[in-house]
Design a protein around this ligand. Structure first.
Ligand SMILES: [Cu+2]
Length: 151
């Protein structure tokens, strides 16, 4: 029922598709699977907070709102792994920790999650990279890794 050209086109498209899926899975593995997850909004939270799980594991429940992040300063020791949960109280905001390749979108009614490991000390800037209104450019925060005032 197919002529030989159709068969050739079908087979080559399937091969291209398989190559695409293979490279996706391969790159996920190389990049440590730090990919955004979207979590159903069953546990509502209205206030941002940082929770310490143990000495090197933290969970940050981040709230984005016009025009601030809450919490806007996060103090953690070097070598920490941080789960960022992100939601918005109003419009769509962005969440980017540039050197860490974190790129989330804060949406009202949804929770995004990304896990980041901070191996080097320093101050990591969090910025909103989704235009959200007149105060957009002031919307930022910091992850402070092993700062002197850390206890
Ligand atoms: Cu913004």
């Amino acid at each position: 029922m197919f002529d030989k050209y159709e068969k050739g086109i079908l087979i080559s498209s399937i091969l291209v598709m398989m190559l695409f899926i293979f490279s996706l899975v391969y790159s996920l593995d190389k990049k440590g699977r730090n990919i955004t997850e979207c979590i159903p909004f069953n546990k509502t939270y209205q206030k941002g907070r940082v929770e310490k799980i143990d000495d090197s594991t933290y969970q940050v429940f981040m709230v984005a709102k016009m025009w601030a992040f809450e919490p806007d300063k996060i103090y953690i020791p070097v070598g920490s792994t941080v789960d960022f949960f992100l939601t918005s109280l109003d419009v769509v905001h962005g969440f980017n920790i540039a050197p860490k390749n974190v790129n989330l979108m804060a949406v009202f009614g949804g929770v995004g999650k990304s896990t980041v490991k901070f191996d080097n000390p320093g101050v990591y800037k969090i910025v909103c990279h989704e235009y959200c209104g007149v105060g957009h450019q002031f919307m930022q925060g910091e992850v402070i890794v092993n700062y002197p005032e850390n206890k």
